[in-house]
Design a protein around this ligand. Structure first.
Ligand code: TA6
Length: 278
């Protein structure tokens, strides 16, 4: 099935690659010196319809359950186009650009014109994401959520620490959306966790990712950081996730979700994320 197998490869050399599945422009692999950095479930479905369980799906224009359309919006289940094929830059880095626009189906769910542009740059130990949302309308304003639903691959989630969340308020989705304040310098995960941390700083470090290394997450114009792991109990609610897989994933997601972005006619919004293996 063409839609299910349509992938684009960025190859920087030295076994450093990034693979994007055009279904949702989902980054399904990022290898640094041949080491995979992203988690993709062995039960992930690649039928060109379901969202891909793992990697980095793009959440737009809505985060979470949505009465109008699919959970987390339609961008992750839409076939994206290639605006610029992978190209080597003078620095040796490799860049590609993807896009997604409204169509009859998206307008039947969400009645707005839009254009998303997604630029990826693969560096030696970094992956850069620059995502733009453009409102081409002459007179209609719309509002939206945007998030990069990043699944990192880890040997054991219980050994990971996430910095940069101390003092931040968070909406706890495991406790009826009650708002708390984080008291820990470094956040660890030892149970079902589903939190929207608000107004987080530009940088987080996640420890003990692949090969015991650290991952630096830098973000711009993404005020929120979502931290998610379904643990055993809630893995059962996710059919395309094996029950034994939760220890090997940690979702740390840069987004604009606890408040919407309001986009005036003829204007654009841009946000970015840099992932760096340290
Ligand atoms: O980002 C965390 C979250 O919103 C969780 O609430 C959890 O449900 C997860 O995303 C996965 O959602 P999905 O629609 O991919 O099953």
């Amino acid at each position: 099935m063409a839609a299910a197998t349509s992938v684009v490869l960025l190859d920087r050399g030295n076994n450093t690659t990034c693979t994007i599945n055009l279904h949702g422009a989902t980054v399904v692999s990022w290898r640094v010196n041949n080491q995979e950095q992203l988690f993709v479930s062995k039960a992930a479905i690649f039928d060109g319809k379901a969202p891909i369980r793992g990697g980095i799906p793009v959440v737009f224009p809505h985060f979470g359950p949505w009465s109008y359309g699919p959970n987390h919006g339609f961008a992750r289940v839409t076939q994206w186009g290639v605006e610029k094929r992978p190209e080597r830059l003078p620095s040796g880095d490799v860049e590609a650009i993807f896009f997604c626009t409204d169509n009859e189906w998206t307008r039947s769910i969400w009645h707005y014109q839009f254009r998303l542009t997604y630029r990826l740059i693969l560096r030696e130990k970094e992956l850069h994401f620059i995502i733009g949302v453009y409102n081409p309308s002459k007179d209609v304003t719309f509002s939206f959520n945007l998030l990069l639903h990043t699944y990192f691959k880890v040997p054991d989630v219980r050994r990971c620490q996430i910095t940069g969340l101390h003092g931040c308020t968070f909406i706890d989705k495991t406790r009826d959306m009650v708002i708390y304040q984080e008291g820990r310098e470094a956040v660890t995960i030892g149970e079902w966790t589903d939190r929207i941390y608000q107004n987080t700083p530009q940088e987080h470090i996640i420890t003990n990712v692949v090969s015991g290394r650290k991952m630096r997450v830098q973000k711009y114009n993404f005020p929120d950081t979502v931290v998610w792991n379904p643990w055993l109990d809630h893995s059962k609610d996710v059919p395309d996730l094996g029950e034994d897989e939760y220890p090997n994933m940690i979702c740390v997601e840069s987004g604009h979700v606890s408040s919407p972005v309001v986009l005036l006619p003829g204007t654009a919004f841009e946000a970015s994320q840099i992932l760096q293996v340290m």
